[in-house]
Write a protein that binds this ligand. Structure first.
Ligand code: NAI
Length: 248
């Protein structure tokens, strides 16, 4: 028996990166996994296969997390296929960096919509299901820069600060229904998203990290497992930093 045996977890944007690591971690503790992404390409099919290797049910769905109707439809399909939704991980996210002076309206809108509105879309669709079940754990993927701010990332930082406010508000609204909501604030994690950065920028980041290394997707997945499971049964409305101490 794993920590999550018999539970269903829904992870958005999980064909690769941190979302994939979370999907695999939750599966390793017995959860059935429904995940979404913009495409089901070789990444998505590989993720599906790797999850199934844990002996749980896995299915990837093509869905744009930024789209309200699309999300409502995919949540309905997942509920029909899996029978329950116990854990929701709002992970889908993008960056479109630039200084405020040069930022376009499109850069602002796309990041706020994909990173923040997506979580509203999923929470809106999943909470009626969780309320009927009288239990649920919602995890919003924030970022250290949602707390500290970051030059060149005003759109991204604002979206991630929003993810924290959203988790706290949901925690207050429906804690009495047995539903918990928390946020994870990762620091510098080695994924495709950060892989695009130059060696110089990476070295600069490492200097700010007491543990002197970037995190791995698995480091973040361990925190997600804690928040998804009953190990955190008395934890709600919190932000857990997973950043090697760089927020101090
Ligand atoms: P990634 O770029 O490797 O993976 C993101 C996934 O989300 C991709 O598979 C992508 O196709 C999917 N996605 C993007 N837009 C989508 C949409 N509209 N609908 C559905 N899926 C969509 O990124 P990574 O690094 O794995 O990041 C995952 C989350 O963690 C993001 O929310 C990111 O902001 C957050 N994060 C990442 C950090 C890092 O250092 N990598 C640090 C702090 C937070």
């Amino acid at each position: 028996m794993g920590l999550l045996s018999g539970k269903t977890a829904l992870v958005s944007g999980a064909a690769r990166g941190i979302g994939k690591a979370i999907a695999l971690k939750l599966a390793s503790e017995g959860a059935n996994i429904a995940f979404t992404d913009l495409r089901m390409d070789e990444n998505g099919f590989a993720t599906e296969k790797e999850i199934e290797a844990y002996g749980v049910k896995a299915k990837g769905y093509v869905s744009n997390a930024a789209d309200f109707e699309d999300t409502a439809a995919v949540v309905k399909a997942i509920h029909k296929d899996f029978g329950s939704i116990d854990i929701l991980v709002n992970n889908a996210g993008i960056t479109r960096d630039g200084l405020m002076m040069r930022m376009t309206e499109d850069q602002w809108d796309s990041v706020i919509t994909v990173n923040l509105k997506s979580a509203f879309n999923f929470i809106h669709a999943c909470t009626p299901i969780m309320m009927r079940q009288k239990s649920g754990s919602i995890i919003n993927m924030a970022s250290v820069v949602g707390v500290s701010g970051n030059a060149g990332q005003c759109n991204y930082s604002a979206s991630k600060a929003g993810m924290i406010g959203l988790a706290k508000s949901i925690a207050k609204e429906i804690g009495s229904r047995g539903i918990r909501a928390n946020a994870i604030a990762p620091g510098f994690i080695e994924t495709d998203m950060t892989g695009a950065l130059s060696e110089e920028v990476r070295e600069e980041w490492a200097k700010q990290i007491p543990l002197r290394r970037g995190g791995t997707p698995d480091d973040v997945a361990n925190v997600a497992l804690f928040l998804a499971s009953d190990l955190s049964s008395y934890v709600t409305g919190q932000v857990i930093h997973c950043c090697g101490g760089m927020n101090m």
